[in-house]
Design a protein around this ligand. Structure first.
Ligand code: ATP
Length: 417
């Protein structure tokens, strides 16, 4: 793309926030004053050329990112965290910039070598071209120059622009997925997000050899990739593709396919007072029909937090146990459901459409007697388990429709005392 056109896109406030553009110009000015070639790379360039709003700024410097960082702090304020070993710095932006996120990574162009498939790479400083070669896909391997006269020039040695126009996701070399199998998930994410296709030769590299490396990835790294998929609008389509490539079996032998009939439920309904955790909802829907042993085994493989394990486990328990509750009184429903995370209950409601679950979420769980522990104390009830019993009895009476007015509660209380 011509420089004029790039500059026009950079000035489009629908694509890049004006504050962000100011930040880029400031970085450009300081890099130029140090005669230091400086670029923004990766997703920023990809999204800008696709004329989509840009997100994170990834800044790469040929030379010394720490030196540029110090100069930025000296000129504009904020502070710097330095990682000498990796030749990188984090610039904590001054408050006056008013930007989210409020930090910016400054990275020295680097070369990476993978000593062992799937392990983290060894890093040495290098040129921008080498830096682009270590990236995942051609569409992510472009740089936009920031310093001096070059401002707005696109560096595209791996023909990312052609692939953007064709709508293909292509790795840079045949060993890419073996070096880093998390790229399999990334390819699937970009493909569905942009309506692209994974180029056939690249797709053929998602094969038993790379899947055997993926099998050895840590639970944390795999879960992170699945989390990112669940964050996306086209998550269900992506999960179908994950299954289609045979990735699920490599993660865990009991990992099921995501049921595509449930795809609309991945978008949380904000009208209900249920925590809108799209990831937890995604996993609860995905694993609900598994046995307890399989849920726990997959949760361990994916290194779920205790909270997430509980949410998924509770959904599967409730899904299986629901027939025993159907037809119960509201108080029975309420005391059974109160032990479970709300999100799990809602997930089961979405699948089984049992109306009593919705009554619990929107009404029953809020029902409380007017009488409190203090009232019982004032009435001279001696401390002990009687408090809980009385309050529970009153609450059940409200829930089950035995009481409809406060005076009736008082009458019942008199009988109980
Ligand atoms: P997204 O919109 O999904 O966040 P992004 O391109 O900003 O896309 P990041 O994960 O923030 O994605 O990564 C920034 C850049 O770093 C990518 O564009 C890519 O060039 C490079 N990159 C990230 N992960 C990898 C990887 N596993 N292997 C190689 N390069 C990677």
């Amino acid at each position: 793309m011509q420089k004029d056109e790039v500059l026009r896109l950079l000035r489009d406030p629908n694509l890049i926030h004006p504050e962000k553009l100011t930040l880029l110009s400031n970085i450009a000015a300081q890099a130029a004053s140090l005669n230091m070639p400086c670029y923004v790379v990766g997703g920023f360039v990809r999204d800008l050329l696709l004329r989509q709003p840009v997100n994170d700024l990834d800044i790469i410097v040929e030379g010394d990112a720490i030196k540029l960082g110090n100069q930025l702090v000296k000129t504009y304020g904020g502070r710097l965290t330095v990682h000498q070993k990796f030749y990188t710095a984090i610039w904590h932006l001054p408050d006056t910039f008013n930007l989210e996120p409020s930090t910016l990574d400054l990275i020295t162009a680097r070369k990476e070598t993978y000593e062992k498939p799937g392990a983290l790479p060894t890093v040495t400083p290098s040129t921008i071209e080498e830096d682009l070669r270590r990236r995942d896909f051609t569409v992510n391997a472009m740089a936009l120059r920031l310093d001096g006269e070059g401002f707005g020039e696109i560096l595209d040695p791996l023909k990312g622009q052609t692939d953007l126009e064709r709508g293909v996701i292509r790795v840079l070399h045949p060993k890419s997925f073996i070096d880093d199998p998390t790229r399999v998930f990334r390819a699937i994410r970009y493909e569905a997000r942009y309506g692209f296709v994974i180029e056939p030769e690249t797709a053929s590299l998602i094969n038993p050899e790379s899947l055997s490396v993926l099998k050895r990835l840590s639970g944390e790294r795999i879960r992170h990739e699945l989390d990112l998929i669940l964050d996306e609008d086209e998550a269900a389509q992506m999960l179908a593709r994950v299954a289609g490539f045979g990735v699920l079996g490599a993660v865990h032998p009991k990992m099921p396919e995501f049921n595509q009939e449930n795809k609309d439920y991945l978008e949380m309904d904000a009208r209900l007072d249920v925590p809108a955790d799209k990831r937890a909802m995604g996993y609860a829907l995905w694993f609900m029909e598994l046995s307890e042993a399989d849920v726990l085994s997959i949760a361990a493989r994916l290194d779920f937090t205790n909270e997430l394990t509980l949410a998924v486990w509770a959904a599967s328990q409730l899904w299986r146990g629901l027939p025993h509750l159907v037809g119960s009184k509201p108080s029975v429903w309420t005391y059974a459901l109160e032990k479970l995370p709300l999100l799990s209950i809602y997930a089961v409601y979405l699948i089984l459409r049992e109306n009593d679950l919705l009554s619990y979420i929107s009404i029953w769980r809020h029902v409380k007697p007017r009488t409190t522990g203090n009232d019982l104390k004032a009435r001279g009830v001696p401390p002990g388990p009687r408090y809980g019993e009385i309050l529970l009895r009153l609450r059940s009476a409200w829930l089950d429709g035995e009481l409809t007015h406060e005076t009736e509660e008082k009458e019942l209380l008199e009988k109980l005392l």
